[in-house]
Write a protein that binds this ligand. Structure first.
Ligand code: HEC
Length: 416
């Protein structure tokens, strides 16, 4: 709902985009088909604008028409910004209509942030193109249309990025949007056994093809391996997602190993002799390893204030972005099965959201220390590592039984 309102507001219209109801008459296209159509509309808008920029000697009427054509391809024929007197080089739904339909569902697949990025950039592009349409003179046209192009190139994106900056190409390359209707899929955490797409929680990890396949598919590829007589194309997101795989596998084995031990004593032994099971479990949670030093957490506080607080709040309580410490965050962490290691991957690869990877490795370690301290984890003698081995931080993030500090009412331990 928020998305639809925002678009309506910016384009100055009450009902801006086709809602799913508008598609109800026809069979709904697959998510892959929508994504591909959205990308094609962006690309045709780009080529239309570029042709107009190169052909400006043909006179204002022509380049102004080109700008309006690009708008048509982006917004689709149901939008008030659409002009039926000018040809639409795209499809009737428009790129933004397709993106909106993909976002208009209750689930939040991993392509959501990337599509939000696409939306924002398409809105900006349309606004510039509307200036271009009204431009008096070549210079004004070129300034506006060049700005529109810049936004559209970001919306088109690149396959090597799977976050908000990946745009349409990044989303198609790294998520379930890659999978054409009816194509075989498999558990992406396992090694590929047959041609198809390996998925985990909506992320695409690999795409396996026959070696003789004429063209490497359009999914972006970070690395290619020969496995089981197939070519296996691993996505840019694969390393990050494989962390999650490991966490899930670990969670699953722990459960299996724990189950018989929990059941048998109740049946076979005297209850009075065996309350220690419960105590063992509690002791296990309490014995959180010390994963960082107090000095790191103190430096991390400043790193956080400069790079993270604007979105996550001065007290980590969540403002524009979700809470990242305290009771609310630990609920999210539990439902997503976050471990310290996964948290570190999120922070080092995706944060700051607007500029991922922009901090120095030492600063990331410090801000991680600050996050752990704020979540009431104990400090110790060993620093949080800048490049943790895969064995590091595999325990699930959890509320601390004996918190290191006094949690405030949000469950956050203030760090000095
Ligand atoms: C420009 C805003 C912005 C900045 C700055 C930012 N974040 Fe985020 N962060 C977000 C958004 C938005 C999300 C949710 C992303 C999603 O749901 O995919 C997020 C998610 C997270 C999460 C995962 C939370 C969860 O519920 O899964 C962590 C941890 C996090 N950020 C830490 C940080 C740290 C540490 C910094 C500073 C180094 C930082 N962020 C800077 C916007 C920001």
């Amino acid at each position: 709902m928020r998305r639809a309102n925002r678009i309506g507001l910016i384009l100055g219209a009450g009902v801006a985009f086709a809602t799913p109801a508008a598609f109800a008459a026809t069979a709904s296209p697959s998510a892959h088909a929508r994504a591909a159509a959205a990308l094609a509309d962006i690309q045709v808008a780009i080529s239309t604008i570029m042709a107009a920029e190169n052909g400006t000697t043909s006179g204002p009427a022509n380049y102004v028409r080109a700008a309006q054509s690009a708008i048509n391809a982006l917004v689709g024929s149901k939008d008030p910004a659409f002009d039926p007197h000018v040809p639409n080089p795209g499809d009737a739904t428009g790129s933004m209509g397709q993106v909106n339909a993909l976002l208009d569902q209750t689930a939040t697949p991993p392509y959501v942030p990337a599509l939000h990025g696409v939306q924002v950039n398409e809105l900006a592009a349309v606004a510039y193109l509307q200036e271009a349409v009204k431009a008096r003179g070549l210079n004004a046209f070129q300034t506006a249309s060049s700005s529109a192009l810049e936004n559209l190139e970001v919306a088109e994106g690149r396959t090597s990025q799977y976050d908000v900056l990946g745009g349409m190409l990044g989303a198609i390359a790294n998520t379930s949007l890659a999978v054409p209707d009816g194509a075989p899929t498999a558990n992406g955490c396992a090694a590929p056994k047959a041609v198809g797409y390996g998925l985990h929680h909506g992320w695409l990890i690999w795409h396996a093809v026959k070696p003789g396949a004429v063209s490497i598919p359009a999914t972006g590829t970070a690395s290619v391996k020969k496995e089981n007589g197939m070519l296996v194309l691993y996505t840019a997101a694969a390393p990050m997602v494989q962390h999650h795989c490991a966490a899930h596998a670990a969670a699953a084995t722990t459960k299996h190993a724990a189950a018989p031990a929990m059941i048998r004593p109740v049946a076979d032994t005297l209850p009075a002799k065996r309350p220690s099971l419960l105590i063992d479990a509690a002791a296990h949670t309490a014995a959180s390893p010390a994963l960082y030093t107090a000095a790191q957490a103190a430096s991390g506080k400043a790193v956080y204030a400069t790079n993270c607080a604007s979105c996550h709040g001065a007290n980590l309580q969540g403002v524009a972005a979700p809470a990242i410490a305290g009771t609310e965050f630990l609920k999210t962490a539990a439902s997503n099965k976050y471990t310290v290691s996964i948290l570190n991957t999120i922070v080092t690869q995706n944060m700051p959201f607007n500029n991922p990877g922009s901090l120095k490795p030492g600063e990331y370690a410090e801000v991680m220390a600050y996050l752990l301290a704020s979540n009431c984890y104990p400090a110790g003698k060993t620093a949080f590592p800048t490049n943790p081995p895969s064995s590091f931080g595999t325990a699930p993030l959890a509320a601390q039984v004996h918190p290191a500090g006094t949690p405030n009412k949000l469950g956050v331990c203030p760090v000095k």
